[in-house]
Write a protein that binds this ligand. Structure first.
Ligand code: NAP
Length: 256
C-alpha cells in the first residue's frame, strides 16, 4: 500500500466539533477531501448548514449535528445518533475551545465550571463514548485540539490553559487505555492562527509585529495550515503514533 493510500479516509466516519468555521471547518473539509463522511458540530444551525453545503459543493460528504458543547447529554445523544445512522465512528476531533481573557479573580464558580465544561468535560464525555465504539470496531482515531497555551500561560487568561492542560491529560489517558484496541489518541497544539475569531487581532499592526518577532516563520498561521496535522493523525499513516502532542505553531514555542 502506498503512503498516499494510507492517507486515504475513504469509508471513514468522522466527527469534528466546533466546525462551522475556523480551524474546525478547515479540518472537516480536509477529512472530507480525503474521503471521510464528516459530521460537523456547533451551536448555530445556519453556520453549520453553510459549512456542510461548502463541503458538498466540493464533492465531499458531510452533515450537521447542532449542539452546545457545554450540554453533555446533547453531545452523548449526537454520538449515539451518528453510530445508529452510520454503524460506525472512526475519527473524533474534539476541537471546541472557548476562551475568556480576563483576570482570574473576576471569574465566579459558575463561569469557571461553564468554561471547563465547554473546553474539557465535553471532550472527556464525547471521547469516552467514541472510544467504546472504536474499541468494538478495532480501529479509531481520537484527536484533541489543545494549544501552545497550557504549557505556556498568559496573565489575564487563567481558565483556558487549565482546560487545555486537562485535554493533554485526556489524550494520554485514552492513548494508554485504548491503544491495545487499535484506537490511537493524539493532540494538535496550534499556535497563532488568523481565524475569523482572531481577525481583529491578526490585522492589528502590533500583533503582526509580535508574530514577526516571536514566530520563527515571522507570521500568523493560515487556518488551512492546520489540516496536514489533522489528516496525518486521522489516517493510517499515523498508525503507530499514540499519545503525542503535535505542535503546529511555526516554531513559536521553541524560540528562546
Ligand atoms: N485560532 C487560534 O489561533 C488557536 C490557537 C490555539 C488553539 N486554538 C484552538 O483551536 C480550536 C479552534 O479554534 P478556532 O479559533 O478555529 O475557534 P473559533 O473560531 O472560536 O470557533 C470555531 C467553532 O466552534 C464553535 N463553537 C464555539 N463554542 C461552541 C460550543 N460551546 N459548542 C459547540 N460549538 C462551539 C463555533 O460555532 P458556533 O458559534 O456556531 O457554536 C465555531 O464554528 C479551539 O480549541 C482553540 O482553543 C486556536
Amino acid at each position: 500500500m502506498s503512503i498516499f493510500d494510507r492517507l486515504s479516509l475513504a469509508g471513514r466516519v468522522a466527527v469534528v466539533t466546533g466546525s462551522g468555521r475556523g480551524l474546525g471547518f478547515e479540518m472537516a473539509r480536509a477529512l472530507s477531501e480525503a474521503g471521510a463522511h464528516v459530521v460537523l458540530t456547533g451551536r448555530t444551525a445556519e453556520t453549520l448548514d453553510r459549512a456542510v453545503d461548502a463541503i458538498a459543493q466540493a464533492g465531499g460528504k458531510a452533515e450537521a449535528a447542532t449542539f452546545d458543547a457545554a450540554d453533555i447529554d446533547a453531545g452523548r445523544a449526537a454520538i449515539a445518533d451518528i453510530r445508529k445512522a452510520h454503524g460506525r465512528l472512526d475519527i473524533l476531533i474534539n476541537n471546541v475551545g472557548a476562551r475568556d481573557r480576563r483576570p482570574f479573580a473576576s471569574f465566579d464558580d459558575a463561569q469557571i465550571l461553564n468554561l471547563i465544561q465547554t473546553d474539557l468535560l465535553s471532550a472527556v464525555s464525547l471521547s469516552r463514548d467514541a472510544a467504546e465504539i472504536m474499541k468494538a470496531q478495532g480501529h479509531g482515531r481520537l484527536i484533541a485540539v489543545t494549544s501552545i497555551i497550557g504549557n505556556l500561560a498568559l496573565p489575564g487568561d487563567a481558565i483556558y490553559p487549565i482546560a487545555k492542560q486537562g485535554m493533554t491529560g485526556l489524550v494520554r489517558s485514552l492513548a494508554v487505555e485504548y491503544g491495545a484496541y487499535g484506537v490511537t489518541s493524539n493532540a494538535i497544539a496550534p499556535g497563532m492562527f488568523a481565524t475569523e475569531t482572531n481577525a481583529a487581532l491578526a490585522e492589528n499592526p502590533d500583533m503582526i509585529s509580535f508574530a514577526r518577532q516571536r514566530v520563527p516563520l515571522e507570521r500568523w498561521g493560515r487556518p488551512d495550515e492546520i489540516t496536514g496535522a489533522a489528516l496525518f493523525l486521522a489516517s493510517d499513516a499515523a498508525s503507530f503514533v499514540n499519545g503525542h502532542v503535535l505542535t503546529v505553531d511555526g516554531g513559536m514555542s521553541v524560540r528562546m
